[in-house]
Design a protein around this ligand. Structure first.
Ligand code: XIL
Length: 341
């Protein structure tokens, strides 16, 4: 069964918004199961921007030092081209999913530094003209209450405390047309970490570092209905720095909610609705991406260790849940609130 028209991407197009998802390489690119065909049809039909869930991460594109294998990344770019979709390159420097060969004792810090810069350069040279945006740095901030701005990681150790700024400068040099994004989690609601992120980002902007947008991952696990006004206020202060606002990885777990499944799905829909409504009030809000679109393919059951976890807005059979209807409804009147073109 198809989802009702107009599709999400048509509604988003009308108001100058991008609506997207991360995509898993197997169901997107293989054809040996009918469920894959269904996945591909929905991915093509509903979204105007895609992100690879894993396929473009450093570990996945660099099988050995100085060796890049872009086969899967290329195929995702090709899928997007065929369906007139934009691509977010995810991700550049990140402390996780770095190649195994990078983590060995065998390399010196200066060799590791070289590989980091080379990854940015290679990515920019290959996709700088075709990507829409690029999460140049992902999750570089320390989680409160840990002191210190930067997360202690391989990049901080190898590249030094100015590595985030330098990564953006290099990315801009090799991909001058790409929209460059800083992406992180637990920064959507005005949390302590959001303040940290705000100060950090403002510092970069003040120095003229080429940073164009902030990605707010927005993985929501606790089942609480957020305060929409707090979200709008928080995102607005970033927008006032001249930056675009992207929600990059939204999903809403139901595992901590009480009541029947029906009640929990209603509550989930309410959370999606409060978040999107709050974002739509921010004129520079440009992109809404969820971390998947069907509960059949979601990182949450494994990550949250709850096999029945169902954080997305289509069920495992690609059928709409209340959250889908909430998003659809809001997008259909989004153009009336703010024209983002
Ligand atoms: C996750 C993927 O969904 C998983 O398949 C993988 O095992 C680990 O990474 N923040 C990010 C994403 O920026 O890249 C992560 O994706 C989820 C959290």
């Amino acid at each position: 069964m198809s989802l009702a028209t107009p599709h999400l991407r048509e509604l988003a197009d009308r108001s100058g918004l991008l609506i997207g998802t991360c995509v898993s390489a197997n169901p997107l690119l293989k054809s040996d199961a009918s469920v894959y065909q269904q996945y591909q049809r929905v991915a093509a039909e509903q979204f105007n921007i895609l992100t690879a869930e894993n396929a473009m991460k450093f570990a996945l594109v660099a099988p050995a030092p100085d060796v890049y294998d872009w086969t899967v990344a290329d195929a995702i770019f090709e899928f997007a081209r065929k369906h007139h979709q934009k691509v977010r390159y995810h991700t550049g420097l990140w402390y996780m999913q770095t190649p195994a060969w990078l983590n060995t004792q065998a390399m010196s810090l200066s060799q590791i530094a070289q590989t980091g810069w080379a990854f940015i350069e290679q990515t920019g040279r290959r996709y700088g003209e075709t990507m829409y945006c690029w999460d140049v740095v992902n999750e570089a901030l320390n989680d409160p209450p840990d002191a210190g701005l930067w997360r202690d990681c391989i990049w901080l150790q190898a590249l030094g405390p100015d590595y985030v700024a330098q990564a953006f400068k290099l990315a801009h040099k090799v991909a001058p047309k790409a929209l460059l994004v800083y992406n992180d989690y637990k920064t959507t609601f005005g949390e302590v970490k959001a303040d940290r992120q705000y100060d950090m980002v403002r510092g970069l902007v003040d120095r003229g570092v080429p940073l164009h947008a902030v990605g707010f991952q927005t993985h929501l696990y606790d089942g609480q209905i957020p305060d929409g006004n707090a979200i709008t206020a928080n995102l607005s202060r970033f927008a006032q720095l001249g930056l675009d606002i992207h929600i990059t990885e939204l999903d809403v777990a139901i595992g901590k909610m009480e009541g029947t499944l029906e009640k929990r799905l209603e509550r989930q829909a309410r959370i999606y609705q409060v978040v999107l409504e709050a974002c739509l009030r921010v004129p520079r809000f440009k992109v809404l991406q969820t971390w998947g679109f069907t509960d059949r393919y979601s990182w949450l059951p494994r990550f949250l260790k709850y096999p029945d976890e169902a954080g997305l807005y289509l069920d495992a059979d690609f059928q709409p849940k209340p959250a889908y209807r909430a998003i659809h409804k809001l997008l259909s009147k989004a153009g009336a609130t703010v024209d983002r073109r």
